[in-house]
Design a protein around this ligand. Structure first.
Ligand code: SF4
Length: 361
């Protein structure tokens, strides 16, 4: 991901919120000395000044979730942000998520609070490595999980999420080999669900989900025998075999509405979010160690700094952006998540009226 810092506005143009002008606070560390209330005030003030929308992934810290306009998984957030009238998107997540927001909103400025917040699973495969894999398997279809870089998506025929991966793979002719990147666990789950034997999986994984083990599940079940066990398909197959349900984070949020007790095999941040939303219910992390350190790199002080200094900006090569968008749009058309706008909707868009705007910007 390339970064091109935007010019910092003069303090007089913005006016200090807490008595300290942004130029007196050059680094995120300087913001760390401010109180939580002060940081939240600055974030709100800058957000409205920049006409920004703050996206908080389900795995973010609770204090980041508290100031986010939209919460959810990376694709839903990127789609919703594209539907807003915001000029600036601040993505509190990891690199590939901010890239996805840029792919779907090329006209908006996309910022990240911490440029080091990458995803180890996405980094397992590069565009160059995937090109070599394609050369070794001529005629194969490439399916890229959305947890991949824009460059990798640009090399794919189609993208998938954890909730539509089975549907996407079923849309590919049965006799065509599939190269599935980068998650080997999701590939194995799809293989099992579709009965295909021609999926060549990249050997990548998410360390948070791959590290969940049966011993922890047994211990959680003994303590909460009434809870349903829900596990993310990024976990290993021996664990998935023991689950009552295998589903994405979006699916987990829906199940939380329906059930009083769940053991959740996913990142801890989602459990924290659900506990805040439904304090009367029982939500238990399958493992207390299921924490994505990369996601937690984003903090309130970095978010305030990011808005004040308008950094770090995500910039994509237009050819890569367009090809990545094609792969995403193909997936959305299959899973019903996106349909071509009707003539009436296009007219409204041209007139500056957003028929599907969520009004959060
Ligand atoms: S939880 Fe896993 S897939 Fe998600 S950002 Fe962290 S390492 Fe990547």
């Amino acid at each position: 991901m390339a970064h091109s810092p935007l010019p910092v506005l003069s303090p007089t143009a913005r006016g200090p919120v807490s008595g300290l002008a942004p130029d007196a606070l050059p680094t995120p560390l300087d913001y760390a000395a401010l109180s939580r209330t002060e940081l939240e005030e600055r974030i709100r003030a800058r957000k409205s000044e920049l006409n920004a929308v703050i996206l908080g992934h389900n795995y973010q810290r609770v204090e980041i979730q508290a100031v986010s306009d939209l919460l959810g998984d990376s694709l839903a957030l990127s789609q919703e942000a594209a539907d807003t009238d915001a000029d600036v998107i601040v993505f509190c997540g990891v690199h590939f998520m901010a890239e996805t927001a840029k792919v779907l909103s090329p006209g908006k400025t996309v910022l990240m609070p911490d440029s080091r917040a990458g995803c180890p699973m996405a980094d397992f495969v590069t565009g160059e490595a995937l090109r070599r894999m394609k050369e070794a398997h001529p005629g194969a279809a490439v399916v890229a999980y959305v947890n991949s870089t824009a460059e990798v998506k640009a090399e794919a025929d189609i993208c998938c999420t954890s909730s539509n991966a089975v549907e996407v793979v079923r849309s590919i002719p049965e006799d065509q080999t599939i190269l599935f990147v980068p998650d080997r666990n999701l590939a194995r789950y799809v293989e099992e669900q579709t009965g295909r034997d021609n999926i060549v999986a990249w050997d990548g994984y998410c360390y948070v989900h791959d590290d969940l083990v049966l011993d922890e599940l047994d211990a959680a079940r003994k303590r909460y025998p009434e809870a349903r066990v829900v596990i993310h398909p990024e976990a290993r197959d021996d664990l998935l075999a023991e689950a009552d349900e295998v589903t994405s984070t979006g699916g987990m949020v829906r199940l939380a509405q329906e059930h009083d007790a769940l053991i959740l095999g996913t990142e801890r941040g989602l459990v924290d979010q659900l506990r805040e939303r439904y304090p009367e219910k029982t939500f238990v992390p399958l493992s207390g160690a299921a924490v994505c350190g990369n996601m937690k790199l984003n903090t309130l002080s970095k978010l305030a700094w990011c808005l004040d200094h308008r950094q770090h900006e995500v910039v994509l090569d237009e050819d890569i952006r367009r090809r990545a968008e094609d792969a995403l749009r193909k997936m959305l058309a299959i899973s019903g998540g996106w349909t071509a706008p009707s003539a009436e909707e296009e007219e409204l868009e041209l007139a500056g009226v957003r028929p599907k705007g969520c009004g959060c910007a």
